[in-house]
Each structure stands twice: as structure tokens, then as C-alpha cells.
Ligand binder design. Sequence first.
Ligand code: GDP
Ligand code: MN
Length: 404
Amino acid sequence: MNLHEYQGKEILKSYGVPIQEGVVVDSLDKAEEAAKKLSADTGTEWYVVKAQIHAGGRGKGTVEETGSKGVVLAKGLGEVKNTVDGILGKHLVTLQTNGVGKKVNKVLIAEDAYAPDFDACSEFYMSVLLNRGTGRNIIMYSTEGGMNIEEVAEKTPHLIFKEEIDPKVGLQGFQCRKIAFNLGLTGTAMKNMTKFVAKLYAAYVGADASMFEINPVLKTGDDRIIAVDSKVTLDDSALFRHPGFEDLRDTSEEDPTEVEAKAAGLNYVNLDGNVGCMVNGAGLAMSTMDIIKLSGGEPANFLDVGGTADAERVAKAFNIILKDPNVKGILVNIFGGIVRCDRVANGVVQAYKSIGNINVPIIVRLQGTNAVEAKEIIDNSGLNVYSAITLQDAADRVKELIVD
Ligand code: GDP
Ligand code: MN
């Protein structure tokens, strides 16, 4: 699950990571009041207004309707309101929005963290994430902050450092100091960066995140270290350990089909391919996707319907798969262990009839309890459904589908 910048910052703050104070608003009316409160709390007259969307590159992005950038500095209350008006409720295009404007439902109004001594500021890059190759968390960091880190990685990879953390002992003090040293800091700034790294890592571990990316990390003119941006991904499998986190989900930022599938209790992930698949069990789903690939196709989705593959669930799953216009055919691969194959077969036939307008071929492979009876049900249904018993047979049918 991805978070908005302001949500990531709230988590950071709760772990003692310094951030600039800010207020998030969802209407123009609240903007001035929010800025006033911010001014009363912090004494600032300099603000930064930031579009809250699940995409980076906002600073260089453009609002379609007004031409405003997605991150804009504003001086004084009047300017704040005008600036918010140029962004809120409009559509922002950035390098990460695939050419489509993303609707901005909320903006963050924050104190300008770089004021008053902009020239004495420096920007760094820092992220904590899991290195799946070694199974260890790493801290990636660079002196080249504030800019496109992918570009830094490509053109000047020697400017990106990595610090790997041994899970047995956790992040050590000497590692935090090494990071601050490698970033070229001394004195108070070095001390503050050392603390910053330790707290950032504690936030990452404590929130069960799979990524915390802070770009830029700011060193102010008076040597404070502040997280100016935050891009956070939480580990969905650990959400149950954090009762409040589910409320942070913004479904308007998620794939609508995936949201619908989740509400129906289906484990669905949309992919780019052309063969839909419906399977019970995640392991079988993975191997079914392999079969599709080996047969020359590309899976259009991952879909685990779970243990009870009854007519209603099967129909729901078909509906969800068929929403994808790239789907040329569907492979149903169900193992009848807990659920009997004949029941699933009846479910498939019923679902097919109830949907009515399925115009892609369906290959059904049912194996396990009552597989033979199930095959008969499919074969006698008179529908555009092909039944396969062996995996090889199913794979061959997928191949035919792709060639056609
Ligand atoms: P992103 O473009 O989506 O990554 O959004 P950021 O939050 O990183 O902001 C983009 C850029 O705007 C940063 O790299 C900074 O250079 C600048 N910026 C962000 N916040 C402030 C601020 O409070 N004051 C000033 N002066 N610049 C800021
Ligand atoms: Mn950024």
C-alpha cells in the first residue's frame, strides 16, 4: 500500500524524524485558515504548497488546467490561496503519471523549510528498502538529492552509497555516523544527520514498511536535518499489525478493478498480458502463470479465488477478468481438494450463462476430486468452454489461442 507524502510524514514525525510543519486541505475555503494556523504555530510567512498524489516528480510536473507546477512556493496568505486554487481539484501530469493527469484531491500547505537562508541549504537523497537479493534492509543515500535519482544512478552511479543492515543486530551507531560522514557533513549537521538516519530506520522497521524514500533530505542554513518529501510503501501483509493504517488507504489512487476484487474477497493483481487466469491457491496461480508464459502467452492477471470456488465467486472472477480489454482467452485451473471439481464445473457453467456475453474462449482444467464428472459437465454444456485434464493439454490450448 502506497501512502501520500503527508501521511508518510505523520509516521516520520511519530518516530521523531524532523519534518516541516504543515496542514493538509481538501477545499479552497480551508486553505487560508490552514495557512493562518501554520503561521500562528511556526511564525512563518513563507509557505510551500504541494499536490498530494501517488506519484513523484511533482515539482517539475504541470497542472493541465492552469499550468501551475505541483510544488509551488508562496509568500503570504493571499498567495497561498491563489496557489492552492491553481492546483487543488485540477489534474497534475508528472514524469511518473504515464502522460495522464492525476486528479489532486488534497494539497499540503507547509512552512517553507528552506527559508530564510535558501543559499545555505543542501539537499540529499536517502531511502530505506529491502534488498530482496540478500534478504536485508539497506539504506541508500547520495549527496545528489532533490533530483531524479534514477538519472543519478544511470549517469553517476558512484555517487550513490549503500549501507546494508544485519538483521541480527540492527542498524548500528557507527553506520549512522558513516552515512553522515559520506554525505560530507561535520559538527552539528553531522550529529543531526546521525540521529536522523537512526530515527528514519526506526520508522521504517516500526511501520513494517517496504520502502521509505526521502528526497530531498534537507540540511538547513542552521544545520538542522529535515525530511522535505516522503514516499512510503507499507507491507500489505503486515497491515494487520497496525490497526490505524488501513484508514490511510486512498482507493482513488488504486486500480479500480483491484479495489473491486478486494471487496469481493478475491486476491487479484492486474498485469499487462493477454491470457486471463482464474486459479485456487497462490502457488497454483504462480505455476499457471508460468504455463501461460511457456506456451507463448502473457498472463493478464494473477487471480486466486481461494478455497470456495462456487458459482457466485466464479462469476465475480470472470467479470473482473473480462473488464480487461486485452484478454484473448481465460485459463481456469482449479484443484479440487477441499472443493469438489463437479461443483466448480457447475459453477463455471452457471457463471458463464449468467454473464451472458462472454466472447473469449475459456479453457478449464479441473483436477482432483470428481474430475471426470466435472469434465463431462463442461463437455456437455454446449458453451465455448474447452475442458482439459492435464496441464500439458491446457498449455497446448493456450498456444492455439495465442496463434489464432
Ligand atoms: P517531488 O517533485 O514530487 O519529488 O516533490 P518534492 O517534495 O521533492 O519537492 C520538489 C522540489 O521542490 C524539492 O526537490 C525542493 O527542491 C523543492 N521544495 C520542496 N519543498 C520545499 C520548501 O519547503 N522550500 C523550498 N524552497 N523548496 C522546496
Ligand atoms: Mn521528492
